[in-house]
Design a protein around this ligand. Structure first.
Ligand code: NAI
Length: 319
């Protein structure tokens, strides 16, 4: 039976998110053991991580105080789940978003661990009560949901099962801070957690404004990228309210009626289908044709922007 040791993290599933977690844990000086059901995927993951870390080092954006070679020496592949979890203090599950598959993996992990290891899922939207129901080690289970790309976007949503122990939440919070991520505690599970609930609220109203012909798709995106998003990269919506008047009380006094009036004019949930999909898709494809090359190039550009923004935020915080 695997028992936990300080400094070793097991990653189960070595795709996009598993690789990012591997890099982040290595940047914090942790030993990382990568496992995947496809052995060649582990080899591919190790190659990708090497390439990525070297590029980050050249760009001066490698996280942590160790060199790329030092970080790479901390990461190794494993041939079985049992080998990966042996000696680990934290297991980060990163298999595809499928409830049955994840439940199978957690049942397997549950049998392989003792009472000290944290069992953490990267799920974007499966609820902890569904994922961890009936596990003997449910007190040690938690969702730690990262945001893509996790290396540049530090938020991690920590979502406990109703039976998760406070110590598990605290340990995971401390671990995320140690690797330079920005954890938040979602105190009770809720569909969509916090990030996707906010994101979907924005998508919903964006869709409605385009559907009703109030703004064009490209202008709609500018509202966020050149408007709201400029502030939101540094301060959240609540602090924005506080600063946009003489404090929160004054903001609510001044603006509550207007906010409520506008909110009441929001209609039902859009269908995200029909002619509006055609319209939005056409506008997006004019800007970024939806073939793999153009999409990959634009994602690369986005990640470079996020890397520069992350550097700027670090600078601003140290001032
Ligand atoms: P992915 O498809 O890139 O990687 C999944 C990996 O799991 C594959 O390499 C696959 O071979 C492996 N796998 C499948 N069955 C397995 C098993 N039984 N045991 C071990 N490995 C197995 O998926 P991705 O994008 O890395 O997502 C992983 C998780 O992270 C999902 O739950 C997803 O919802 C979540 N997530 C994804 C984000 C994204 O933007 N891609 C963002 C935040 C969370």
């Amino acid at each position: 039976m695997a028992s936990s040791a300080a400094g070793v993290v097991a990653i189960v599933g070595s795709g996009l998110i598993g690789q990012s977690w591997g890099m982040l844990f290595a940047s914090g000086g942790f030993k990382v053991k990568l496992y995947d059901i496809e052995q060649q995927q582990v080899t591919k993951a190790l190659e990708n991580i090497r390439k990525e870390m070297k590029l980050l080092e050249q760009a001066g954006s490698l996280k942590g105080s160790l060199s790329a070679e030092e970080q790479l020496s901390l990461i190794r592949g494993c041939a079985s789940v049992e080998e990966a979890v042996e000696g680990a203090m934290h297991i980060q599950e990163c298999v595809p978003e499928n409830l049955e598959l994840k439940r199978k993996i957690f049942a397997q992990l549950d049998r392989a661990v003792d009472d000290t290891i944290v069992l953490s899922s990267s799920t974007s939207c499966l609820l902890p009560s569904q994922l961890f129901a009936g596990l003997a080690h449910v007190k040690q289970c938690i969702v730690a949901h990262p945001v893509n790309p996790p290396y540049y976007v530090p938020l991690v949503e920590l979502v406990p099962h109703p039976e998760t122990s406070p110590a598990t939440v605290d340990r995971t919070h401390a671990l995320m801070q140690k690797i330079g991520q920005s954890p938040i505690r979602v105190l009770k599970e809720i569909d969509g957690f916090a990030l996707n609930r906010l994101q979907f609220a924005i998508i919903s109203e964006a869709w409605r404004l385009v559907q009703e012909g109030i703004v064009s798709p490209s202008d709609l995106d500018l509202v966020m990228s050149d408007g709201l998003g400029m502030r939101y990269a540094f301060i959240g919506p609540l602090e924005t309210m506080h600063l946009n008047a003489e404090g929160m009380l004054s903001y609510c006094d001044r603006y509550r009626e207007s906010i409520k009036r506008v909110l009441k004019s929001f209609g039902p949930v859009p269908e995200f289908s029909g002619p509006t999909v055609e319209k939005v898709n056409q506008a997006m494809c004019v800007k970024i044709p939806d073939d793999p090359e153009h999409l990959a190039a634009r994602r690369k550009w986005r990640d470079e922007c996020l890397m520069s923004l992350a550097r700027l935020k670090r600078q601003m915080q140290s001032q």
